[in-house]
Design a protein around this ligand. Structure first.
Ligand code: ADP
Length: 261
């Protein structure tokens, strides 16, 4: 059974069609990539899955059960965690505090409860280690980590707190080549640990090496939902660029060039 499935879902903002008839699924230990240019409907799609918005048509199933989330808390309770590009992190706060963000284990009995720092730091270091991140000093401010590493703290936290589905919102779009590689490695690691990953991106070169499934959005509509065996990077890039539109643009530009010769 799929961890998460959407069948023909649509979303309208007034008379704007933000999404129309979108179908895809997310399996445990698999990466579903959602590709699309600006305005394609990627954010709208994430907002529906993460409980920020509700779909207007179609079906949204979590582990086979139809759901309709009314808040991000509902989605989290069903094991769907979203890591946003602008991370909810406090740069001057230590790595371990950012890992726990208020849910630290405690010792003692109320009113003498205090954070169990040794346990909290130990778990944070262990969990980050499982994602392949070697943090020597959990007391170092999270702001001293690289962009890729910071996202990995958020991913490790989500996994530790029971996420089954991890939604990554354009995790590589603000990063350079090397840092993007760091994030792609964490995606593979999350997959290896059995999480279902939804990787939102506009970069087919980032999606291709880590993806198992590819859903391409173009102006709110799906250009198809493919298994990796059904296409290749060239075809993915063509679909992503809106094939026919790109061909037309090339023709127009060629004509314009000729007319100035
Ligand atoms: P993407 O994340 O791929 O850039 P969005 O999901 O943000 O795309 O947008 C899809 C479409 O829905 C766009 O045409 C956008 O203008 C429109 N849209 C998004 N949010 C709203 C909103 N709150 N109200 C009206 N239109 C919206």
């Amino acid at each position: 059974m799929s961890l998460l499935e959407v069948k023909n879902i649509s979303k309208f903002y007034g008379n704007i069609i933000a999404l129309k008839d979108i179908t895809t699924s997310v399996e445990a230990g698999r990466v579903t990539c959602v590709l699309g240019d600006n305005g394609a409907g990627k954010s709208t799609f994430i907002k529906i899955l993460s409980g920020v918005h509700q779909h207007d048509e179609g079906q949204f199933l979590v582990e086979g059960q139809p759901v309709r989330f009314t808040s991000p808390r509902d989605a989290l309770d069903r094991g769907i965690a979203t890591v946003y590009q602008d991370l909810a992190m406090v740069p001057l706060m230590s790595v371990w505090r950012n890992f726990w963000l208020g849910s630290e284990p405690t010792v003692g009995v109320w009113p003498f409860k205090v954070v169990d720092q040794t346990t909290a730091k130990g778990i944070a270091v262990d969990e980050l280690g499982k994602m392949g991140i070697d943090i020597r000093d959990p007391d170092q401010p999270v702001g001293t980590l690289s962009g890729g590493e910071r996202q990995s703290v958020a991913i490790a936290r989500a996994a530790y707190f029971g996420a089954k589905v991890l939604i990554l919102d354009e995790p590589t779009s603000a990063l350079g080549v090397k840092q993007s590689g760091v994030v792609l490695r964490y995606i593979v690691e999350a997959r290896r640990r059995g999480l279902g990953v939804i990787f939102i991106t506009h970069n087919p070169n980032h999606a291709w090496p880590v993806g198992d499934r590819f859903m391409i959005l173009n102006r709110g509509r799906s250009m198809g939902d493919f298994d990796k065996s059904e296409l290749d990077l060239t075809e993915l890039t063509r679909l992503m660029a809106g094939g026919a539109e790109l061909a037309q643009l090339q023709d127009e530009l060629a004509e314009a060039m000729e007319s100035t010769d």
